[in-house]
Write a protein that binds this ligand. Structure first.
Ligand SMILES: Cc1cc2nc3c(=O)[nH]c(=O)nc-3n(C[C@H](O)[C@H](O)[C@H](O)COP(=O)(O)OP(=O)(O)OC[C@H]3O[C@@H](n4cnc5c(N)ncnc54)[C@H](O)[C@@H]3O)c2cc1C
Length: 382
C-alpha cells in the first residue's frame, strides 16, 4: 500500500508492479495535487548541488540520463546556462567548475558573446557562462507516465481517498483506514506493508501511527510570465539564494524560488513581497522579464529531511532523501516512510524504497525501472 499520489508514490507503485508486488495507492486529492504538481520544472543535472554535495549531484546526473531515456515526452533536452553577474560570482566560478567535474557533470564554458547569441534575451552584462546538461521536465506528465504504466500493469489507484488512521495487528501496521470522498464512506484496506510517500505531509501521516520523523516542510514561491524568454534553463552562478533559476516551460518563463519553513504545508500562501522580489531577481538574468504579461504566482512546500527552526536553517538542510523503516527505528513494523529528495530523482527514491520492501517481504526481484520505457501520460486516461 502506497500513501501519496505525487511523483514519489507514482515511481514507487510502478517499481512495485514491475517486480510483481500487488500494490494499491491512495491519494487524498487528485494525482499530483501536492508539491509535485507545483514545482519549478527543472530537470537537475546536479550542477546546482555539486559544490555542497557531490553525491547528490552525481545522482541527479545519472537520473537525468535515465529519465531522458524512459520518459522522453516529459523531458525537454534544452540544457542550461549558469551565468556569473559580478566579481563575487567570478570568484565562485573555479569552485563551481571543479565541483561539476568531480561530480561527473559534463560542462562547457561558453564565451559571453556566444551565449548572448544563443539566448538573445540574456543580460548582456554577464561576465562568464558555463553550459550544463540541465533541462525542463513537465511536472504533471512525468508522474502520469509512471501512473499510466503502473495501472496498465495492474496497480490499483484511488484518488480523493485520504488516509485517516492505521489498522494494527499488535503494534504492527497491517493496513490503513481511509475516507472515500467520492462515496462518502469509510474504508479499511489491509496491507503487508504501508509506504508513506506523502512528501511534506509525511510527518502528519506518521503521527497518526504515533511515530515522529525528522521532516521540515520548506515552502518556496514561483512567478510565471507569458513568454518563453529563453530556451535554456538560466541559473545564477553563485551559492543558492532567492530567485536564482529561470525555467522555460512551454510558452512561459518561471522564476523561483524562495525558502521558508512551516509546520503545516496546507497553510501556505505567496507572501506579497515575494512577487516584486522574484521580478527583480529575474531581471538580473533576463532584463525583459518584468516587461512581460503576468501569468501566475504560486507556492509549494519542499519535503526537507531534518529539523529546522528558521527559514535559513531550512535552506541549509540537505536535498538528499531517506527511506525509513519504522519497524527498526520506532518499533512500528509494517510502516516505511520515504522523505526528502526532488522530482528529478523520483525513480531512484522508488528503487531504494522498493529494494527495502522486497527485502522485508522476501522477494528476490531486481529493479527494472531504469530500462523500462514508460507509457505516454495520455494512457492514464484511456
Ligand atoms: C518551490 C519548489 C520548487 C521545486 N522545484 C523543483 C525542480 O525544479 N526540480 C525538481 O526536481 N524538484 C523540485 N522541487 C522538489 C519536488 O517538487 C519535490 O521533491 C517532489 O515534488 C515531492 O514529491 P512527493 O511525491 O514526494 O510529494 P508530493 O507531490 O507532495 O506528494 C505527496 C502526496 O501525498 C498526499 N497526501 C498527504 N496526506 C495524505 C493522506 N493523509 N492521505 C492520502 N494522501 C495524502 C498529498 O495530497 C500529495 O499529493 C521543488 C519543490 C519546491 C517546493
Amino acid at each position: 500500500m502506497v500513501i501519496g499520489g505525487g511523483g514519489t508514490g507514482a515511481a514507487i507503485i510502478h517499481d512495485l508492479r514491475l517486480r510483481g508486488v500487488e500494490a494499491t495507492l491512495v491519494e487524498r486529492g487528485e494525482l499530483t495535487s501536492g508539491t509535485t504538481g507545483r514545482h519549478h520544472g527543472q530537470l537537475h543535472s546536479g550542477a546546482r548541488y555539486a559544490v555542497k554535495d557531490r553525491s547528490i549531484a552525481r545522482e541527479c546526473m545519472q537520473e537525468t540520463y535515465i529519465l531522458k531515456r524512459i520518459a522522453k515526452e516529459s523531458i525537454e533536452d534544452n540544457y542550461g546556462l549558469f551565468v556569473a553577474l559580478d566579481d563575487e560570482d567570478l570568484a565562485h566560478v573555479p569552485v563551481f567548475v571543479q565541483a561539476c567535474v568531480e561530480s561527473g557533470i559534463p560542462i562547457k564554458e561558453v564565451p559571453v558573446a556566444e551565449a548572448c547569441e544563443m539566448e538573445p534575451n540574456l543580460n548582456p552584462q554577464i561576465k562568464r557562462v558555463v553550459m550544463v546538461p540541465d533541462g525542463t521536465l513537465d511536472a504533471w506528465r512525468l508522474p502520469l507516465q509512471f501512473f499510466a504504466t503502473a495501472r496498465r500493469n495492474g496497480a490499483a489507484i484511488h484518488t480523493f481517498t485520504p488516509v485517516t488512521g492505521f489498522r494494527y495487528g499488535g503494534s504492527a501496521v497491517t493496513g490503513v483506514q481511509a475516507y472515500d470522498l467520492k462515496t462518502r464512506s469509510e474504508r479499511t484496506i489491509g496491507a503487508d506493508l504501508v509506504i508513506n510517500a506523502t512528501g511534506a505531509w509525511a510527518g502528519q501521516v506518521t503521527r497518526m501511527a504515533e511515530v515522529e520523523i525528522p521532516i521540515t516542510p520548506g515552502p518556496g514561491t514561483m512567478v510565471a510570465v507569458r513568454k518563453r524568454l529563453t530556451n535554456m534553463v538560466i541559473s545564477h552562478l553563485h551559492p543558492a539564494d532567492d530567485g536564482d533559476i529561470l525555467v522555460p516551460q512551454r510558452g512561459l518563463s518561471i522564476i523561483g524560488t524562495t525558502q521558508y519553513r512551516t509546520d503545516d504545508p496546507d497553510d501556505i500562501a505567496v507572501p506579497e513581497e515575494d512577487i516584486a522580489n522574484m521580478y527583480a531577481c529575474a531581471d538580473t538574468l533576463v532584463p525583459s522579464f518584468s516587461a512581460q504579461k503576468y501569468h501566475a504566482a504560486w507556492i509549494a512546500a519542499r519535503p526537507l529531511v531534518g529539523a529546522a527552526s528558521s527559514a535559513d536553517d531550512a535552506r541549509n538542510l540537505s536535498r538528499d532523501f531517506s527511506v525509513v523503516d519504522h519497524g527498526k527505528s520506532d518499533g512500528r513494523e509494517g510502516l516505511l516512510s520515504v522523505i526528502g529528495g526532488k522530482a528529478t530523482v523520483l525513480r531512484a527514491m522508488a528503487e531504494q524504497t522498493v529494494d527495502l520492501v522486497c527485502a522485508k517481504l522476501g522477494i528476490d526481484e531486481p529493479c527494472r525501472t531504469a530500462n523500462t520505457e514508460l507509457l505516454s501520460h495520455r494512457a492514464y486516461f484511456t
